[in-house]
Design a protein around this ligand. Sequence first.
Ligand SMILES: Nc1ncnc2c1ncn2[C@@H]1O[C@H](COP(=O)(O)OP(=O)(O)OP(=O)(O)O)[C@@H](O)[C@H]1O
Ligand SMILES: Nc1ncnc2c1ncn2[C@@H]1O[C@H](COP(=O)(O)OP(=O)(O)OP(=O)(O)O)[C@@H](O)[C@H]1O
Ligand SMILES: [Mg+2]
Ligand SMILES: [Mg+2]
Lengths: 254, 254
Amino acid sequence: MAKIISVANQKGGVGKTTTTINLSASLAHYGMKTLVVDIDPQSNSSSGLNHRNKDFSIYDVLIGTIPPNAGLINDILPNLSLIPANINLVGAEIEILDMPNREYVMTERLKQISDQFDFILIDCPPSLGILTLNALTASDSVVIPVQCEYFALEGLGQLLNTINIVKQRFNKKLSIEGVLLTMYDSRLKLSELVAAEVNRYFEEKVYNTRIHRNVRISEAPSYGKPVMYYDSYASGAQNYLDLAKEFLERNNVA
Amino acid sequence: MAKIISVANQKGGVGKTTTTINLSASLAHYGMKTLVVDIDPQSNSSSGLNHRNKDFSIYDVLIGTIPPNAGLINDILPNLSLIPANINLVGAEIEILDMPNREYVMTERLKQISDQFDFILIDCPPSLGILTLNALTASDSVVIPVQCEYFALEGLGQLLNTINIVKQRFNKKLSIEGVLLTMYDSRLKLSELVAAEVNRYFEEKVYNTRIHRNVRISEAPSYGKPVMYYDSYASGAQNYLDLAKEFLERNNVA
Ligand SMILES: Nc1ncnc2c1ncn2[C@@H]1O[C@H](COP(=O)(O)OP(=O)(O)OP(=O)(O)O)[C@@H](O)[C@H]1O
Ligand SMILES: Nc1ncnc2c1ncn2[C@@H]1O[C@H](COP(=O)(O)OP(=O)(O)OP(=O)(O)O)[C@@H](O)[C@H]1O
Ligand SMILES: [Mg+2]
Ligand SMILES: [Mg+2]
């Protein structure tokens, strides 16, 4: 049975997609069979992994027109598979609202394929709507990327409230996998202030690994590659490999 | 009658809030009576203008429990007023769905206060849901902030589709006010590539003024001030004053 992890934060542009792509690629690099599930209608995780075919997506899996296995794109990279997103997802929120058992649709779908993987990472859209709630309900834990900026701090209270509500009402096992500082720039006072605040708030949940601002990370998606495949010497590639190591240690996988 | 302008882009973290706050403050500085309407449940525009009181918000105005005038915080800065957001907005999307005339709720509310202002700017959340659709339906035009990053390019097609749908079905007068390049860094090849692509796609709609990446812009919100009130010598403050001048020229206001 795979461990299912949502990568979530309703604040926009904090590094959810970047973390999903690069943490997944790094876990795959260390031999873990990993699945990325893109549930953002923007489908950035899909295109960041060079998948541009819009024929089917997680939308079809959620609505039930295709079985979960048919939504899988296997081994898009060694040990890494994808269930892509497409624009139809925009309509999914309203359609799922009318489905029986609407909170557990994603849970039920992922259960059918979970034995094929060690880890499943779900890239969430920048909102706390039905799709994100479905992902949290289906997950064992949540990775929370926090950009080292002031506005990123403000939203954390809302996110924790939502996680607690989901935990109480739909998914008792939900926990925080870890809090990740992203776009950290050690030259900026603001970065240090935010990092200190996040460490005070989340304590041992915060990853020791920080993802530094690195232009190679933002160039990689235009080539459809995780940064380690685009420029393996880049500091960004190394940061995400370090994160994967720390992630595996916390999951007692040597 | 005020000109009503949505600041919208479903891609997260591209500078919607930063542009709403700083363009509004600059227009107010040039003597325009300006209103900021924050419809993002994250309420970043509200806190960026040092408003932290959660008692009432645009939610109460939309649902109709208070009249629009009661939602106004007048002269939060000279010539600048605010209708704040709060967390209740998360529930607004589903409540508005059940209201008669649901696409025109915002239009109807803003009509009642529009004669008090020259310009009204609406800060939209990072999604194309009911709240953003309501804002687009209520607006004369849209300012589209585009971060100089690869993923920011990908979402533009979806946004234009949505603008066209709203224009055809709900609001014939809707047009693109302008496209603004944000977090531009002239040292980065990626910035130049994205800028060239955006200019090719939008041509004369793109503002000549580019907002350069400037740490003072991201520090200002922690003091609850637009950047021109936090550090008037900062390049970011100058960029937004230049933008306001260009905006007024395009609106034939000397
Ligand atoms: N460490 C980094 N260094 C430099 N650029 C980065 C870094 N992490 C992310 N970026 C860039 O910042 C932008 C925002 O990141 P990303 O799209 O991953 O955030 P997101 O949270 O998924 O956004 P959304 O809320 O729209 O889903 C992207 O253009 C990405 O390439
Ligand atoms: N020109 C700039 N230079 C430096 N930092 C900037 C600039 N513009 C915006 N920022 C910072 O980038 C982050 C994202 O900007 P902002 O929050 O305005 O985007 P947004 O589109 O409103 O995000 P959301 O999608 O969450 O609503 C903020 O922390 C902001 O302070
Ligand atoms: Mg994303
Ligand atoms: Mg915003």
